[in-house]
Design a protein around this ligand. Structure first.
Ligand code: FES
Ligand code: FES
Length: 160
């Protein structure tokens, strides 16, 4: 059955009608054209589809619309400000933390959620916090470096 849902998407109040069992990933990608969020496994296993809901990383391929009302959603498209990339986005570029790039949006959004909670994570905390996001290209070491660099910049330090 179709229902109307209201939520905040990348700072914009959003209202749309959907089947409550439709997954957020398809609302974002197919209905709203926000294709930065990727479809990997569709089973909550890879993290390619990660978005933030109320600042918590969630797998949008397993997040039904019936749970969205009144919540705040942030996708990769919502991270830049006034045309400037977010420090995490810049760090992924400068640290060369992507190869095919398929995992990158989910990695960056998951890392953003991690840094909201813990602005100064240790390397071990980054590894633990990113554990559920898979990179089939094996860019893990540079992803960790990028998150460390971005965390430093976000705290007002100089990036390496
Ligand atoms: S596509 Fe959602 S976790 Fe893999
Ligand atoms: S860069 Fe290719 S999957 Fe991570």
């Amino acid at each position: 059955m179709k229902e109307t849902f209201r939520f905040i998407l990348n700072d914009n109040p959003t209202e749309l009608t959907s089947d409550g069992e439709r997954m957020l990933l398809w609302i974002l990608r197919t209905d709203l054209g926000l294709t930065g969020t990727k479809y990997g496994c569709g089973e909550g296993l890879c993290g390619a589809c990660t978005v933030l809901v109320n600042n918590e990383p969630v797998r949008s391929c397993r997040f039904p619309m019936q749970a969205i009302n009144g919540k705040e959603v942030i996708t990769i498209e919502g991270l830049s400000r006034n045309g400037n990339l977010h420090p995490l986005q810049r760090a992924f570029i400068t640290c060369d933390a992507m190869q095919c790039g398929f995992c990158t949006s989910g990695m960056i959004i998951n890392a953003y959620g991690l840094l909201i909670k813990n602005p100064q994570p240790t390397r071990a905390e980054i590894i633990e916090g990113m554990d559920g996001n898979l990179c089939r290209c094996g860019s893990y070491l540079r992803i960790i470096q990028a998150i460390q660099a971005a965390a430093q910049e976000m705290r007002g330090g100089v990036t390496g």
